[in-house]
Design a protein. Structure first.
Length: 595
């Protein structure tokens, strides 16, 4: 029906007659000549409707925004001074010969070029929102990213194998989405949080290079970078070391960025988890921000200020400083704002010192806490932070997790603020990173037990196997995350492929042989049949495309996303179902008001 896309009409078609299909993006009546900006997925072209063609012009007069149109016309150069360098078609226009309204449109609830739309409006009318040029670009880029991933993996011998969507509920961290079985009364399937167990089974089965771009489901509290259903580039391979796996997929991401958005990513530094937490309080540090923690726990053990000395003397406590160059210019109101901000992360407050004159020592410092710190502590603070005149020092003192979360978030907030950008604390660049050597286990103090940091099938570092019996907290995993600009793009590990090592992990996690067989028996049985050494990783496709587009939320790169309350405003899901459907599933709803 058409000869080309509207957005691809260019000087190469000058003098040719084209047939175009699309939507009226904008209509303008300029004193007898009607201009229509025709839009399709590739962009816009200007259509000129001249009154010399009476019947066509009569139709043009009734056209309104979002009418679906067919245009037949001749491509000609735009008059001098009217070109648009932002469009492929910016130097040409189409003189309309024939105009057909394929379908009229009611008045849209918003203008597609309105940049102040609420997300609720956009998600409620998602079909129209997806017509907006930026959303079209986002989803076209998403497609190209997926295609480049497939090309790379195919060229490296990986094959695409589907794994089940209806599977067994297994503990993997987040809550499962459960699906009741109509056939098996009282039994449930679970939607997969990831294809983790199945891809390991495929390695045992001999498909030594597997991948899948697949949906995963997690019933967890949502944020701007999370969705209840998300798309994962899932990869597993046999007979490669941890370093070889990282090298291969660093290469994949480099190639994808280069071929889709023309970006050559810089070198990937490798940082241990311990160093990342020590310097930045985060296992996915944003290296664009030029701020680091300064460790002060040992310095603060004997100061009179209990806010510092108590956590410094406590097991699991931590005291750090965050030096902000030029921060002394901050007002008390700004500092109070940051104090309220860190409370979101469990901090009780935020101590600070403004450094007016380092040479004067105590007398050159402005702060409510200086009087409570002895001379040795002040000297160490100055020496370790390298503070200069006009700087500000923030302090975090609490349990290590609270300090890491609160001061780590403060580092990001200061760095990304207008103050941070003005004072050179933020560098606008691509900053990739590998974080490696994660701990195998983390301790749950409330339940007094160890939990797997990644999942219970992650292999320990060579020589760390026996630590699972004696000191699980010291056991390091062959696990790795790829980080870019403070976002985790993907992560994975080398897996356990020997039964005796897997048994040690289950013992450390207080999973009995009986429970292990019930939950993971199908995998444990398969591992007995000559399971190969294997490992892999998974990338978040949504996150990769979000970073490439600089979108504010992954919802801007997903066609039909859910809200932060896990609702689809377009369809009204989740929704009630009728009693008949519930009876077929042997389900009776409980009256929570009476429970």
């Amino acid at each position: 029906m058409r000869t080309t896309y509207a957005g691809l009409v260019s000087e190469a078609l000058l003098g040719q007659t084209v047939t175009l299909m699309g939507w009226a993006h904008r209509r303008r009546d300029h004193g007898g000549v009607i201009f229509i900006d025709l839009r399709d997925r590739e962009g816009l072209v200007q259509i000129v409707c001249d009154p010399d063609r009476a019947e066509m012009f009569k139709t043009a007069e009734i056209v309104r925004n979002e009418f679906c149109l067919k245009i037949v016309g001749k491509v000609r150069a735009r008059p001098e001074g009217t070109t648009n360098a932002n469009l492929v078609s910016g130097k040409v226009e189409v003189l309309c010969h024939e105009l057909e309204v394929l379908n009229a449109s009611v008045t849209p609830p918003f203008q597609l070029d309105d940049e102040n739309l609420s997300e609720t409006t956009r998600l409620t009318h998602r079909v129209l929102d997806l017509r907006r040029p930026q959303m079209q670009k986002n989803l076209m880029l998403r497609y190209r990213v997926a295609m480049e991933v497939r090309k790379f993996l195919d060229a490296n011998g990986f094959i695409d194998i589907e794994t089940p969507m209806l599977t067994k509920s297994t503990p993997e961290g987040a809550r499962d989405y459960l699906v009741p079985s109509r056939v098996h009364d009282g039994h449930f399937f679970a939607l997969p949080q990831s294809p983790q167990l199945f891809k390991q089974l495929l390695m045992v089965a001999g498909f030594d290079r597997y991948y899948q771009i697949t949906k995963c489901f997690r019933d967890e509290d949502l944020r701007a970078d999370r969705q209840p259903e998300f798309t994962q580039i899932d990869i597993e391979t046999s007979f490669l070391t941890e370093e070889e796996i990282r090298g291969m997929f660093e290469g994949m991401i480099r190639e994808v960025f280069r071929k889709t958005i023309g970006v050559d990513l810089p070198g990937y530094p490798v940082m241990t988890y311990a160093d990342a937490m020590y310097k930045y309080g985060s296992d996915k540090p944003d290296l664009r921000i030029k701020l680091q923690f300064t460790e002060l726990t040992d310095v603060m053990k004997d100061v009179d200020f209990k806010v510092f000395s108590t956590p410094a003397q406590s097991k699991g406590g931590r005291v750090v400083a965050l030096r902000v160059p030029g921060g002394a210019e901050m007002s008390r109101g700004e500092i109070d704002g940051y104090t309220e901000f860190v409370k979101i992360y469990g901090a009780k407050g935020l101590a600070w010192i403004k450094v007016n004159d380092v040479a004067k020592g105590r007398e050159g410092m402005q702060s409510p806490v200086v009087k409570n710190l002895h001379d040795t502590a002040l000297a160490e603070i100055i020496a370790r932070t390298g503070v200069c005149n006009g700087d500000l020092i923030f302090f975090g003192a609490d349990k290590a997790k609270v300090v890491n979360d609160a001061i780590g978030a403060l580092r990001l907030k200061v760095g990304h603020s207008e103050f941070g950008k003005k004072n050179g604390l933020f560098e606008d660049k691509w900053a990739p990173l590998w974080v490696v050597d994660f701990p195998m286990f983390e301790h749950d103090d409330e339940e007094d037990r160890w939990n797997a940091v990644h999942h219970p099938f992650t292999a320990p570092k060579d020589g760390h196997e026996n630590l699972m019996d004696t000191d699980p907290g010291a056991c390091i995993a062959k696990a790795y995350d790829m980080v870019l600009n403070g976002w985790e793009l993907g992560g994975g590990s080398v897996r356990i492929h020997k039964a005796d090592v897997q048994s040690k992990v289950f013992t450390a996690l207080k999973i009995s042989k009986e429970d292990a067989q019930v939950k993971f028996g199908f995998l444990l049985d398969a591992l007995q049949y000559g399971a190969p050494p294997h490992g892999g990783l998974a990338f978040g496709l949504d996150r990769i495309v979000t970073m490439m587009t600089r979108a504010e939320s992954i919802r801007d790169v997903i066609a039909f996303p859910k809200t932060q309350r896990a609702q689809c405003l377009l369809t009204g899901a989740p929704s009630l179902v009728d009693e008949k459907q519930l009876r077929e599933l042997h389900i009776r709803l409980r009256n929570t008001a009476q429970a």
